[in-house]
Ligand binder design. Structure first.
Ligand SMILES: Cc1ncc(COP(=O)(O)O)c(C=O)c1O
Length: 377
């Protein structure tokens, strides 16, 4: 491959920050960079507490566990997602229940959620949590989802793994950041995200006791005594100080990264504007995405080509592109799970494609991608 979908971008300053952390002697997991990275994230997303962890998946696991999700519970989440939130549901011994997405923004559909919650509760099923996923760097209608969850007394967890720096414009004109909704939010800093620590994640929330629990569980549930004392099950989920140093350095360029990804998204939009059958991911007026990936759908009946043909042609030219997330209700590992589906996620999987979107994508590289797609039409 010559052009990747979303490669990590590491600057000289990032490298120096990691070297400085190593030279400081803070090699073992805890250290000052860890505290700074947590502080940076809690400020960014307007949360009182942040706990840096080894991955977004670990953050989801502890968010669900601290929400009280138990074996036998159902957890409602969008079928259009990467599998990590659903795996975390299974780590808790609970079962996922899929909700389809809204074609207006590709995010969890609040009206389907409301009717599923109502029906499942009437059947006497216990719903341990609802997980909303900020798909492709854009928040869903979390105000509506929060109201549904509050009424039904179900904790809401926001999986903002893909949406660091995104937000929602509220009626008073203020921007509510991704990760600030619900009982807890989580982020991922794996290699393909807008900001990376190589691998890493973060739990964020406002409840002091929940934050303390997450911090303790993530550090092998060690009791605060000099010998190794454990009263409950622990996990080795803490982020290391070295990786947090990389995160702190990367955080400084977050706004610039978002602006560059936004320009890429806009250029794709302009290039395919008016092309029959090509539609960029819809961005509602109130949405402030971080433009993590530029995604579009192609209707083969109108355009004469399928998303798969575009993907194959780009692949042949050394350009990486990828279908949208395969709906989780279609994954073998989740066969037999309950759902409330409308077919939107299935259609998005059939017609959707993510195009190269890395902040470092050059103008000439993007022109080449656009030209190769145009040549197919
Ligand atoms: C929506 C979503 N949730 C969770 C994760 C898991 O994060 P991690 O890879 O850091 O475990 C990812 C991506 O990797 C994701 O896209």
């Amino acid at each position: 491959m010559r052009i990747y979908l979303s490669p990590p971008e590491v600057s000289e300053a990032d490298i120096e920050a990691v070297v400085a952390a190593m030279r400081s002697g803070w090699i073992a997991p805890a250290g000052p960079a860890l505290a700074r990275f947590e502080e940076g994230l809690s400020v960014l997303c307007g949360r009182r507490y942040a706990v840096a962890l080894s991955s977004g998946t670990a953050a989801l696991h502890l968010a669900l566990k601290s929400a009280g999700v138990c074996p036998g519970d159902l957890v409602l989440l969008p079928t259009m997602s990467f599998a990590a939130p659903a795996f975390a549901v299974r780590y808790c011994g609970a079962e996922p229940f899929w909700i389809d997405v809204d074609p207006e923004n590709w995010q969890l559909d609040p009206s389907l959620l409301a009717s599923a919650v109502d029906e499942l509760q009437r059947q006497g099923r216990r719903i341990g949590a609802v997980v909303g996923v900020d798909l492709y760097g854009q928040c869903g209608d979390w105000a509506a989802v929060s109201r549904i969850c509050a009424e039904a007394e179900i904790p809401f967890i926001e999986d903002a793994a893909e949406a660091l720096g995104a937000g929602t414009c509220l009626e008073d004109g203020s921007i509510r950041p991704a990760g600030s909704w619900g009982q807890a939010g989580i982020f991922s800093f794996n290699g393909n995200k807008i900001l990376t620590t190589s691998g890493g994640g973060m739990w964020v929330g406002d409840d002091e006791q929940l934050a303390a629990k997450v911090r303790k569980w993530a550090s092998q549930s060690r009791e605060p005594v000099v010998h190794y004392e454990h009263h409950e099950l622990g996990y080795n989920y803490r982020m290391s100080n070295l990786l947090a140093a990389l995160g702190c350095s990367q955080l400084e360029s977050l706004r610039d990264r978002i602006e560059r990804r936004k320009s890429i998204f806009k250029r794709y939009g302009a290039a395919f504007d008016g092309v029959d059958g090509f539609s960029l991911m819809p961005v509602p007026a109130s949405s402030r995405p971080n433009y993590w990936l530029s995604c579009f759908t192609v209707d083969p009946k109108q355009s004469g080509v399928s998303a798969n043909e575009v993907q194959m042609a780009l692949h042949g030219a050394g350009i990486e592109s990828r279908p949208l997330w395969k709906p989780l209700h279609r994954q073998t590992v989740f066969v037999g799970t309950g759902n409330r589906l409308t077919g939107v996620a299935d259609q998005l999987f059939a017609d959707g494609l993510c195009l190269p979107s890395g902040a470092g994508l050059t103008l000439s590289e993007q022109e080449e991608i656009i030209d190769r797609i145009r040549a197919l039409l």
